[in-house]
Design a protein around this ligand. Structure first.
Ligand SMILES: Cc1cc2nc3c(=O)[nH]c(=O)nc-3n(C[C@H](O)[C@H](O)[C@H](O)COP(=O)(O)OP(=O)(O)OC[C@H]3O[C@@H](n4cnc5c(N)ncnc54)[C@H](O)[C@@H]3O)c2cc1C
Length: 480
């Protein structure tokens, strides 16, 4: 096919899209600023099992608390993508650890470096070209004299060859931004496109995680903080310090310990949070093996992912689950959906807005993901204004029950049960301000969810402007 696609960024979004396009005969090149050996992160993450399966990986099966399959690591540093220990049930502690719920956890602990490398290898095998040490710097576009999304047409990208220190202009029918939350390309578009707006500090969490040696035999089982036994179950301590803290066991010898907080100078450093946790647990005191820290996007997804000749995917479009920061699953689902649209566009030799709009349609109208992420984003903002004590209260009163937490942590939102529950509780006892606040947020999240079900099914400038302004006003109401 005489249709050329330039993908910027070889994360899970970019690699899966490139693989799918190349497999259907489209000329696709990935430009990645890093090198193969440094793709992904040097730790293991909880990644949506369903998304990895959709992406075609040979997924393991559960045997007791262990995964069995060809991609499961046989030794801590051996080959494989998935850690051996499974977490089918995750314990969710209240911030003060006074109580907990148990939820079905639909994730698998995945070595991010190995996953990134495997997906890029698959893209290469399918025929995608990969240029490492090539950094996307800005878009090539022409303006067409109207101040809306149709007023620009992207026809290429400026890429810096980092070895030769040279800028190259790459022409393409479609440029895909999958460069993660730095989102450098869309920022180069004119403001009226609606795609140039940078993320705000409040769209980020700061996350620190470490893989450490795990020696459970050193735990004494004594009673620790809040009366909990000092064992280390796989858990999240949800709502702690405006974020959450967790452990996930990898295998008999290793455990992942981490924490994420609101990006704010007033927040405690997540590293100090996990240091405090480690200090309580002899089993995990030995020095860290690998790990790191970074910002993590937890904001509202972009309300539009496309412009003529241009598409944004994954963290660059803020599609992570706002209540956890897990974004690999969304990036993969978005890439698979976009691949179908781009293949059709290539067959018809089109890159116009009307055609590419189907990417939005898939995310917002044909799947529960888009509306859920938008609604969860509202809940996240309100939950982060609450103190640990207030969130403890929500656990106690049953507002943060297992069903609600299971949905939020797995990236889903159900408007009716959430709104109904908040109302029922409000009617039941004298109302502390915190419940009023939460009720307003839940009601607004439910309205936002419903509003996304009315997302414009085809590109229409007037209809989209109207839809977007209503979406913004619902968001403002929930935060008052
Ligand atoms: C500390 C931390 C913990 C996380 N934990 C989880 C978790 O447990 N589960 C989960 O699902 N998600 C987790 N995430 C989020 C997850 O990493 C992202 O949501 C996911 O990787 C997004 O995929 P992506 O393809 O959009 O972008 P990325 O994976 O960010 O990939 C972007 C790629 O683009 C490259 N790039 C960047 N700028 C340019 C440029 N200008 N030119 C060329 N290349 C460029 C980068 O080098 C990178 O390879 C975590 C993130 C962090 C930081």
């Amino acid at each position: 096919m005489n249709y050329k696609v330039a993908v910027v960024g070889a994360g899970p979004g970019g690699a899966v899209l490139a693989r799918e396009l190349a497999a259907r005969g489209i000329d696709v090149t990935i430009y990645e600023k890093s090198i193969y050996g440094e793709l992904g992160h040097d730790w293991s993450d909880a990644v949506e099992f369903g998304a990895l399966k959709e992406a075609g990986l040979e997924m393991p099966v559960l045997e007791g608390r262990q995964w069995k399959g060809s991609l499961v690591k046989t030794a801590p540093d051996g080959g494989g993508i998935f850690e051996k220990h499974a977490v089918p049930i995750l314990r969710i502690y209240s911030p003060g650890k006074k109580t907990y719920r148990e939820i079905e956890f639909k994730m698998i602990t995945t070595d991010r470096r190995r996953l990134a490398q495997e997906l890029v290898r698959q893209a290469g095998r399918a025929g995608a070209k990969i240029k490492y040490l090539h950094e996307g710097r800005g878009l090539l576009y022409r303006e067409k004299g109207r101040a809306d999304l149709e007023g620009v047409e992207v026809y290429g990208v400026v890429v810096r060859d980092l070895e030769n220190e040279e800028d190259i202009e790459i022409r393409a029918d479609l440029v895909v931004e999958s460069s993660g939350f730095s989102a450098v390309l869309r920022g180069s578009l004119p403001g009226y496109s609606g795609l140039a707006e940078p993320f705000q500090d409040s769209d980020f969490a700061l996350v620190h995680r470490e893989v450490r040696p795990y020696r459970p035999e050193l735990e004494d089982g004594a009673i620790g903080e809040g009366g909990m036994a000092r064992l280390i179950p796989d858990h999240y301590r949800y709502g702690y310090q405006s974020g959450y803290q967790w452990t996930h066991i990898h295998n008999e010898e290793r455990i992942d310990v981490g924490a994420g907080v609101k990006r704010d100078s007033k927040s405690e450093d997540p590293r100090d949070i996990i240091e405090a946790f480690i200090a309580e647990h002899p089993a995990i005191k030995a020095p860290m093996i690998r790990g790191g820290r970074s910002l993590c996007i937890v904001g509202r997804p972009l309300s539009n992912f496309v412009a003529p000749g241009f598409l944004v995917l994954g963290d660059a479009a803020s599609t992570s689950v706002p209540t956890t920061g897990c974004g690999v699953g969304s990036a993969i689902y978005a890439a698979l959906g976009a691949a179908e649209v781009v293949c059709e566009a290539a067959l018809e030799n089109r890159n116009d807005l009307r055609k590419l709009w189907d990417v939005n349609k898939k995310f917002y109208l044909e799947s529960d993901r888009g509306p859920s992420l938008a609604a969860l984003s509202e809940l996240r903002i309100v939950l982060q204004t609450l103190s640990s004590n207030e969130i403890d209260l929500l656990f106690e009163k049953g507002l943060l029950d297992a069903a609600t937490l299971q949905q939020a942590i797995n990236g889903h939102f159900s408007p009716l049960p959430a709104a109904g529950k908040a109302r029922a509780l409000l009617a039941g006892f004298s109302v502390p301000g915190i419940l009023v606040k939460l009720n307003r947020a839940v009601t607004s999240a439910a309205k936002i969810y419903d509003h996304y079900l009315e997302y414009p099914s085809s590109w229409d400038a007037g209809a989209f402007t109207k839809w977007e302004s209503r979406a913004r006003s619902l968001q403002m109401k929930g935060r008052d």
